[in-house]
Write a protein that binds this ligand. Sequence first.
Ligand SMILES: Nc1ncnc2c1ncn2[C@@H]1O[C@H](COP(=O)(O)OP(=O)(O)O)[C@@H](O)[C@H]1O
Ligand SMILES: [Mg+2]
Length: 234
Amino acid sequence: MLKLKDITVCYGKIPAVRNVSLEVGEGELVTLIGANGAGKTTTLRAISGLLPLAAGEITFRHKPIGNTPARDVLALGLAHCPEGRRVFPQLSVRENLEMGAYLRHDREGIARDMERIFDRFPRLQERLHQAAGTLSGGEQQMLAIARALMSRPKMVLLDEPSLGLAPNLVERTFEIISDIRKEGTTVLMVEQNALAALEMCDRSYLLETGQVVERGTGREMLGNPHIQKAYLGG
Ligand SMILES: Nc1ncnc2c1ncn2[C@@H]1O[C@H](COP(=O)(O)OP(=O)(O)O)[C@@H](O)[C@H]1O
Ligand SMILES: [Mg+2]
């Protein structure tokens, strides 16, 4: 479904991501793990058209999307839930969800999807008319995920969905992400919590200083001595 071939992404002249290749198959949940500063966010931003490629190629459903405007990438069915749950703080919960559907015109479909979102996230329905900025961190994260789903994407990019959440909410967030995948949405998720990321994924890639240094199934990665030593506490 998604294929990155030798992509390099720079800030100014400095490459933050070098020769990264990875693939995500339809229906897979793939994770991208690595320490702070490894290039995970940069990779996702390049995929969704927020950063230009210095080299390499990205294809989504066999269409080249490298250097494609973010809006066009979204229109192809690839939604991005950014790091730090960037909801629109002044807008209500409902308005934030509507923003997620801004490229759609099927009013009935949008209304139906909103109902499904409320089934999954009852807290959002309770707070529908509240400004998003007044929600708790966990609620804002749910809203950010729900907003991405409102575009009815074929695939979602999730950047550190568990960052800064209380432990019980971390678990809930991962459950929701597993559910999203079970319903047929392909997921590429960035996560610093390597253990959780490897336990829930089909396959994973480890980034170190902008390069892929390990790849494999979740189970293979959990058994990899380098990963155990550096990312799983021995
Ligand atoms: N806007 C930016 N301008 C310059 N350098 C940046 C910018 N954003 C990130 N970087 C650098 O790019 C590298 C990768 O960052 P990032 O992709 O955010 O890593 P991660 O998401 O894995 O923590 C880091 O060295 C970081 O300092
Ligand atoms: Mg990041």
